[in-house]
Design a protein around this ligand. Structure first.
Ligand code: C5P
Length: 312
């Protein structure tokens, strides 16, 4: 690595939240993870992480005004802080860092906000410390931090297999417009996966066999390539949705309200509880958001794909 200059100016990195356009969940593996086949899309809701040179490791969090940050841990369990420490360890850096996170992605919402923070912290600290990690090295560190962190580095639209961390960029055309409806209370990802496992055991006789290796439906790839939001609306899917709805039945009402407001389709985003409503275009999305506000739902418009974590 290059010499570390204590006077180095702060580095600011932006990383996007995501929606899982399609999420196929396979069997539970021995390591406690499920084999996935997912299509991620990075959306224009951004986390901003500013890394400032320091002797030790510390973190502060701020909201962009829309997000409730009271549940974000600021201790050692914070994924961004863990990312900074992991990079320091693996690159042999003895300095610390102060991270300041400005949150624009719902907390514990199934939109990968914490993963975006971790990806942004890796990129910011790599620049601050001049550790010059290759993309492959950053990807490897990201995968150790969490299944969704590699995608937050990459951005765009991508197919994820394995734990969701083996990525292949997907061809897309144009942009897709979404309305995201967050919930007041977050949801625990392991709890949602656990609920799915239980449902699959309980209803084994009535359900199709759970695939060992799930696949992303070809229709998803065709619709993305064609830039056809109506076609994509028909192809959206999330195996975790049934589990998220079993824990939060009210989310079905949010989806219904979105459809009544004019969305093409609605799904639970990742493990929830954020609801992602796909709309025909930006104008339609704004109309859906405004229509939802009239019946008491606060939604936010975002579009994808947008780039992964990068210095601004
Ligand atoms: O990797 P990450 O910390 O984001 O995963 C959180 C939890 O989600 C895991 O501990 C596991 O319970 C569940 N998970 C899973 N299969 C995946 C990804 C996550 O079961 N492919």
């Amino acid at each position: 690595m290059g010499a570390f200059e204590p006077g180095t100016s702060p580095v600011r990195v932006r990383a996007a939240g995501k929606v899982n356009i399609y999420l196929g969940v396979g069997e539970l593996q021995d390591d406690g993870y499920h084999e996935l086949a997912t299509a991620f899309q990075a959306l224009s809701l951004f986390e901003e992480v500013t890394a400032t040179a320091a002797d030790d490791f510390s973190l502060t969090v701020e909201s962009d005004g829309f997000i409730d940050v009271s549940d974000v841990p600021v201790d050692e369990s914070n994924l961004a802080l863990r990312a900074a420490r992991l990079l320091a360890e693996s690159a042999g850096v003895s300095a610390g860092v102060h991270l300041h996170i400005r949150k624009g992605v719902p907390v514990a919402g199934g939109m990968g906000g914490g993963s975006a923070d971790a990806a942004a912290a890796l990129v910011a600290c790599d620049a601050l410390w001049d550790t010059r990690q290759s993309s492959a090295q950053l990807h490897e560190l990201a995968a150790r931090l969490g299944a969704d962190v590699p995608f937050a580095l990459l951005g765009g639209t991508a197919i994820g297999t394995g734990r969701g961390d083996e990525l292949t960029p997907a061809l897309t055309q144009g942009r897709f417009d979404w309305v995201l409806v967050p919930s007041d209370a977050g949801m625990s990802t392991p709890q949602v996966y656990g609920a799915l496992d239980e449902i699959r055991v309980r209803h084994r006789a009535d359900l199709p066999v759970v695939p060992r290796r799930p696949r992303v439906d070809d229709e998803v790839l065709h619709a993305l390539r064609a830039g056809d939001s109506r076609r994509l609306a028909e192809a959206l899917g999330n195996d975790l949705q049934v589990a998220a709805l079993s824990l939060r039945p009210d989310l079905a009402d949010t989806i219904d309200a979105g459809l009544r407001a004019g969305a093409l389709a609605g799904i639970v985003s990742g493990s929830g509880p954020t609801i992602a409503l796909l709309c025909a275009d930006a104008t339609a999305a704004l109309a859906v958001r405004d229509e939802l506000a009239l019946v008491g739902y606060v939604g936010v418009h975002a579009y994808g794909p947008v780039p992964g974590a990068r210095v601004v």
